[in-house]
Design a protein around this ligand. Structure first.
Ligand SMILES: Cc1cc2nc3c(=O)[nH]c(=O)nc-3n(C[C@H](O)[C@H](O)[C@H](O)COP(=O)(O)OP(=O)(O)OC[C@H]3O[C@@H](n4cnc5c(N)ncnc54)[C@H](O)[C@@H]3O)c2cc1C
Length: 374
């Protein structure tokens, strides 16, 4: 269930294993309202002070390269990734990345200013510039999955029909028109809509977030500088600003942790002027010359997280069912590893550890009292 990156790549893995697969979405596949649907997503390997996740991200990098070959489509712009950090942390992070098998350079404050004069990074901060990283063109990834799946034997894509109920014990799924599908195994990967479909014991532990994003056109005189700019998942500001450079004809995308807030429900996708002005003000201090004239569009997006950890959540729905109940803010880059792990679980194999805590342990089980104690 769901036509986002998690369900589509899991479908790909299941098809590669020789299974028959049906993908159902409430909208078209892909759906422009899905969390996965956007111009870009960052793939960075470096997770400071977290060698396991860093190693997992390097594996994800390699699998994305393989998937480009499988789908015969280019959707991964390996422009690198720049993480701004205090100097000592940058030294440690570069060493950790090298230990994990990645390639990274440490930049001093002076080196940063020299290399990226169109960014204003204050406070004497340094950075780590990593090579096995960059920008995944998310909409293209989804289109490539669908394009590949459509040509495979034993695949059915059911669009514009929401799932209204799932029985994880029997593997049956009820659609909005009353039709019931039967399967050996089901996966619920409905992103931020999980709270509507999953049992209350799970739904009440999910937090829904709404985040505002600005899409910008850079001034012509800066276009060369921006063409040589990596993805920047952390600009080192107190607010948590980050950006994605204008690669492969996309916009420069600006956002910040300060523009992310918990909300009660998925409503509209328009950016309130309050949040737009807040982001414009924040980036006015970071990008010399930046102003509202750069902004060509703004939009809000939703994602859900498991409240106790703020990250993803895997749930066992019974003998034949799993739910990737929350994606957290970083599941796109890990989606190939997550998909492999989910495909293994659904087909009764024990998944190899992938280095992501939420996926490697036993899933939460809706039927066990373990949940009550969380
Ligand atoms: C602003 C923002 C920035 C992000 N940046 C990054 C990043 O840089 N790097 C990164 O790795 N991750 C990032 N993420 C997270 C990443 O985008 C998500 O983890 C990932 O896209 C989640 O995919 P999904 O398949 O779980 O859900 P979705 O993409 O939301 O897919 C769910 C699908 O389920 C369908 N659906 C819903 N309800 C039903 C139903 N009842 N019946 C049938 N179908 C249904 C929906 O229509 C949708 O197509 C970001 C997220 C946001 C919001």
């Amino acid at each position: 269930m769901g036509g986002g990156v998690i369900a589509l790549l899991t479908a790909v893995e299941c098809v590669l294993d020789g299974h028959r697969v049906t993908v159902v979405d409430q909208g078209p596949i892909p759906h422009s309202r899905a969390t996965s649907f956007d111009q870009h997503r960052i793939l960075r390997a470096l997770h400071p002070a977290d060698p396991r996740t860093t190693a997992a991200a390097l594996r994800a990098h390699r699998r994305w390269v393989e998937l480009e070959e499988l789908f015969l489509t280019r959707f991964y712009e390996q422009v690198g990734s720049l993480t701004v950090l205090p100097p000592a942390a940058a030294t440690d992070a570069a060493a950790m990345l090298a230990d994990a098998g990645g390639h990274a350079r440490e930049l001093t404050a002076a080196g940063l200013a020299d290399r990226y004069p169109h960014l204003h990074v204050g406070g004497g901060l340094g950075a780590v510039l990593e090579d096995e990283a960059g920008v995944l063109l998310a909409e293209r990834v989804l289109a490539a999955c669908v394009g590949w799946l459509k040509w495979q034997r034993g695949i059915e894509l059911i669009e514009h029909r929401a799932v209204t109920a799932v029985d994880g014990e029997s593997g049956s799924v009820r659609l909005v028109d009353g039709q019931v599908l039967h399967s050996d195994a089901v996966l619920v990967a409905v992103g931020p809509w999980s709270r509507d479909l999953l049992p209350p014991s799970i739904a009440e532990r999910l937090t829904l977030y709404r985040q505002s994003l600005l899409y910008c056109r850079v001034p012509r005189q800066q276009s060369q500088a921006w063409a040589a700019t990596p993805a920047i998942p952390a600009l080192g500001t107190e607010g948590g600003a980050w950006l994605i450079p204008p690669v492969a004809g996309t916009a420069l995308k600006l956002t910040s942790a300060t523009a992310c807030r918990a909300v009660d429900a998925i409503t509209d996708y328009a950016t309130d002027p309050y949040w737009q002005r807040k982001l414009e003000k924040e980036f006015g201090d970071i990008l010399p010359g930046f102003g509202p004239a750069w902004v060509t569009a703004a939009k809000d997006a939703y994602y859900s997280a498991f409240s106790p950890t703020g990250g993803p959540l895997l749930v066992a729905l019974g003998g034949a069912g799993f739910a990737y109940a929350a994606c957290g803010g970083t599941s796109f880059k890990f989606a190939p590893l997550i998909a492999r792990s989910l495909a293994d679980r659904m087909t009764g194999r024990s998944p190899s550890p992938i280095g992501l805590g939420a996926l490697d342990g036993p899933p939460l089980d809706v039927h066990t009292p373990q949940l009550a104690g969380l």
